[in-house]
Design a protein around this ligand. Structure first.
Ligand SMILES: [Zn+2]
Length: 399
């Protein structure tokens, strides 16, 4: 069974490429998934160069001029030499190298070019860090970025944030229900509205209805109860809003298709990771009841359509319960097709795994459900004793 450990460039810079790879090799892992393009973050890093690591938006590569000349959006410069020698060092140890790429989450680009960020039903661009996948400049940027990462010589380009994103305010003391938050997070930029209109949706009606509903909750009306489902959303917001939300999948499917083709052109392959599993279980490992594969449509992700276009998928199985991990992997495979490669991304420690046994059970569950690989997230975020649970999990799924 294939496997990898997610690694940040700051891990490599802090501990050194050789030391990190030696440690990962000793766990028996088959590869490294390195953060080639990442978003800004402030993380506790238990064995890092500093115990708190500030990450900035950045592509840790030199952007090839032929890919980005003439494009309005270009990568934010990260540690451009951080991956030097990594491919060779991986090859020397028989490790695969995957290029983890965060596509549409980049506050630096959004602040420099607010018009490419998402616009809510009130006409505001409050989420500058989230670039709209319908914007042509964003789409050009995503394709070029995918090619740039593929040219690092990676075995795959692992795509994160290549879809719409839910609303994530830093503070809200308004009791928005899940459906209110969902409507508040829909993008109504000109490009999104035009695409929906082309598909026969009355985009103005959808926008005005969202503004009316969310506006009433912000004004003090009671929030919606219950999780987001198509049926509940239809009852709450009406068919035009649901049609608008569904139309977003065309935007995402076509973009992912272009990116997958570009990556294949460069001799690598795309692994598509949608964020639904993280939205559900990121904080506590207790995901909301709907399986990730069944709720991915909320981010514009149509897994059935993507199954025909993308060779491999990562499921963020952020859950404490091994049965839930197996259920998520199984549902994903049924959506994308049994012949697709589905990789289960597991967190070996807090908040998902409180022991080696629990991690082993989840790896076993993922394999039994049909996963082709297990990936562990993430080297720099987990204490060493937690990482040392990985060999037992791999021993369980060997062969
Ligand atoms: Zn948009």
């Amino acid at each position: 069974m294939d496997s990898s450990v997610y690694v940040f460039v700051e891990d490599l810079r802090g501990e050194g490429v050789e030391r990190v790879l030696d440690r990962i090799s000793a766990y028996g892992v088959a590869g490294v998934t390195v953060g080639a393009v990442h978003h800004a973050a402030r993380d506790v890093t238990p064995h890092g160069l500093s115990r708190l690591t500030i990450r900035r938006d950045g592509a840790h590569l030199v952007p090839p001029a032929d890919l980005f000349s003439g494009l309005r959006l270009t990568p934010t410069a990260g540690h451009q030499d951080a991956l030097d020698g990594l491919r060779a060092a991986c090859t020397a140890r028989g490790l695969k190298l995957h290029g983890w790429t965060v596509f549409l989450r980049n506050a630096t680009i959004g602040e420099a070019h607010p018009d490419v960020s998402v616009r809510d039903c009130f006409g505001d661009r409050g989420a500058l860090a989230y670039l709209c996948p319908a914007h042509p400049d964003v789409r050009d940027y995503a394709v070029a970025l995918a090619r740039a990462v593929a040219r690092l010589g990676v075995d795959s380009v692992v795509a994160e944030s290549l879809h719409f994103t839910p609303l994530k305010p830093q503070r809200s003391f308004v009791p928005l229900g899940p459906m209110d938050a969902y409507l508040f997070g829909l993008c109504f930029c000109d490009y999104c509205m035009r695409r929906a209109t082309d598909l026969g949706v009355n985009a103005e009606v959808a926008r005005d209805e969202c503004a009316r509903i969310v506006g009433s909750v912000l004004a003090g009306d009671p929030p919606a109860q219950g999780e987001v489902t198509r049926a509940a959303l239809t009852a709450y917001a009406g068919p035009e809003v649901v049609a608008y939300a569904r139309a977003r999948s065309e935007t995402v499917t076509t973009l992912v298709s272009e990116v997958a083709s570009a990556v294949a052109d460069e001799g690598s392959k795309l692994v598509f990771v949608d964020s639904t599993g993280a939205v559900k279980g990121y904080t506590d490992g207790l995901p909301t009841p709907g399986l990730a594969a069944h709720d991915a449509w909320q981010l514009g992700v149509d897994l059935v359509a993507l199954g025909d276009l993308v060779p491999a998928f990562g499921v963020l199985a952020y859950a404490r319960d091994a049965a839930r991990v197996a259920d998520d992997v199984g549902a994903y495979l049924r959506s994308v097709g049994k012949d697709r490669e589905v990789r289960a991304v597991l967190r070996p420690g807090f908040p998902d795994s409180d022991s080696a046994d629990r991690l082993v059970a989840k790896a076993r569950g993922a394999k039994a459900a049909g996963a082709a690989a297990v990936d562990f997230y993430a080297y720099g975020l987990m204490p060493y004793p937690v990482l040392e649970r990985i060999p037992a999990a791999l021993a369980e799924v060997k062969g």
